[in-house]
Design a protein around this ligand. Sequence first.
Ligand SMILES: [Zn+2]
Length: 99
Amino acid sequence: MPSRRPSRRRPRDGSHPPLDLDRALGQMRAESGPDGEWSVRTVRGSEKQYLCPGCNQQIPAGTGHVVVWRNDSWFSDEHALGERRHWHSGCWRARGRRR
Ligand SMILES: [Zn+2]
Protein backbone atom coordinates (compact mmCIF):
# COMPACT_ATOMS: atom_id res chain seq x y z
CA MET A 1 0.00 0.00 0.00
CA PRO A 2 1.53 3.30 -1.05
CA SER A 3 2.05 5.78 1.68
CA ARG A 4 -0.11 8.84 1.54
CA ARG A 5 1.23 12.29 1.75
CA PRO A 6 -0.52 15.63 1.64
CA SER A 7 -1.00 16.64 -1.96
CA ARG A 8 -0.36 20.27 -1.32
CA ARG A 9 0.99 22.15 1.55
CA ARG A 10 0.29 25.82 1.89
CA PRO A 11 3.04 27.95 3.28
CA ARG A 12 1.82 29.87 6.24
CA ASP A 13 1.43 33.51 5.43
CA GLY A 14 0.59 35.80 8.26
CA SER A 15 -0.24 38.78 6.10
CA HIS A 16 -3.75 37.65 5.20
CA PRO A 17 -6.68 37.30 7.51
CA PRO A 18 -8.26 33.87 7.46
CA LEU A 19 -10.98 34.98 5.08
CA ASP A 20 -11.85 32.70 2.23
CA LEU A 21 -13.31 35.36 0.02
CA ASP A 22 -11.96 33.96 -3.21
CA ARG A 23 -13.65 30.68 -2.73
CA ALA A 24 -16.83 32.23 -1.38
CA LEU A 25 -17.17 34.60 -4.28
CA GLY A 26 -16.32 32.40 -7.18
CA GLN A 27 -15.43 34.04 -10.45
CA MET A 28 -15.19 37.74 -10.48
CA ARG A 29 -13.48 40.51 -12.28
CA ALA A 30 -12.49 44.05 -11.58
CA GLU A 31 -14.01 46.94 -13.49
CA SER A 32 -13.25 50.59 -13.28
CA GLY A 33 -15.82 53.18 -14.14
CA PRO A 34 -16.37 56.90 -13.74
CA ASP A 35 -17.84 56.18 -10.34
CA GLY A 36 -15.02 54.10 -8.97
CA GLU A 37 -13.50 50.68 -8.95
CA TRP A 38 -15.84 47.74 -8.78
CA SER A 39 -15.67 44.04 -8.36
CA VAL A 40 -18.18 42.27 -10.54
CA ARG A 41 -19.21 38.72 -10.06
CA THR A 42 -21.44 36.86 -12.45
CA VAL A 43 -23.89 34.52 -10.80
CA ARG A 44 -26.21 32.03 -12.35
CA GLY A 45 -29.06 32.86 -10.11
CA SER A 46 -29.85 32.87 -6.48
CA GLU A 47 -32.63 31.66 -4.30
CA LYS A 48 -33.75 35.15 -3.49
CA GLN A 49 -34.99 37.85 -5.74
CA TYR A 50 -33.36 41.23 -5.74
CA LEU A 51 -34.17 44.72 -6.82
CA CYS A 52 -31.93 45.92 -9.61
CA PRO A 53 -30.79 49.48 -8.86
CA GLY A 54 -30.40 50.15 -12.58
CA CYS A 55 -34.03 49.75 -13.59
CA ASN A 56 -35.81 49.25 -10.28
CA GLN A 57 -37.19 45.96 -11.49
CA GLN A 58 -36.99 42.68 -9.70
CA ILE A 59 -34.39 40.13 -10.62
CA PRO A 60 -36.41 36.94 -10.20
CA ALA A 61 -34.92 34.08 -8.28
CA GLY A 62 -32.92 31.75 -10.46
CA THR A 63 -32.08 34.41 -13.04
CA GLY A 64 -28.48 35.01 -13.93
CA HIS A 65 -27.24 38.45 -13.00
CA VAL A 66 -24.20 40.21 -11.62
CA VAL A 67 -23.26 41.13 -8.11
CA VAL A 68 -21.10 44.20 -7.74
CA TRP A 69 -19.40 45.91 -4.88
CA ARG A 70 -16.94 48.68 -4.53
CA ASN A 71 -13.34 47.78 -4.96
CA ASP A 72 -11.98 50.92 -3.43
CA SER A 73 -9.58 50.29 -0.68
CA TRP A 74 -11.20 52.72 1.72
CA PHE A 75 -13.16 49.99 3.32
CA SER A 76 -12.35 46.44 4.17
CA ASP A 77 -13.46 43.68 1.88
CA GLU A 78 -15.96 42.65 4.46
CA HIS A 79 -17.55 46.06 4.51
CA ALA A 80 -17.63 46.28 0.74
CA LEU A 81 -19.26 42.90 0.55
CA GLY A 82 -21.94 44.04 2.91
CA GLU A 83 -22.72 46.84 0.46
CA ARG A 84 -22.90 44.72 -2.62
CA ARG A 85 -25.68 45.16 -5.10
CA HIS A 86 -27.41 42.86 -7.51
CA TRP A 87 -27.89 44.10 -11.05
CA HIS A 88 -29.26 42.72 -14.28
CA SER A 89 -26.22 42.06 -16.41
CA GLY A 90 -27.51 44.36 -19.12
CA CYS A 91 -28.32 47.15 -16.69
CA TRP A 92 -24.85 47.00 -15.24
CA ARG A 93 -23.32 47.21 -18.67
CA ALA A 94 -25.55 50.11 -19.67
CA ARG A 95 -25.00 51.94 -16.42
CA GLY A 96 -22.39 54.37 -17.74
CA ARG A 97 -24.54 55.40 -20.68
CA ARG A 98 -27.53 56.52 -18.68
CA ARG A 99 -27.81 60.00 -17.31
ZN1 LIG B 1 -32.18 46.01 -14.21
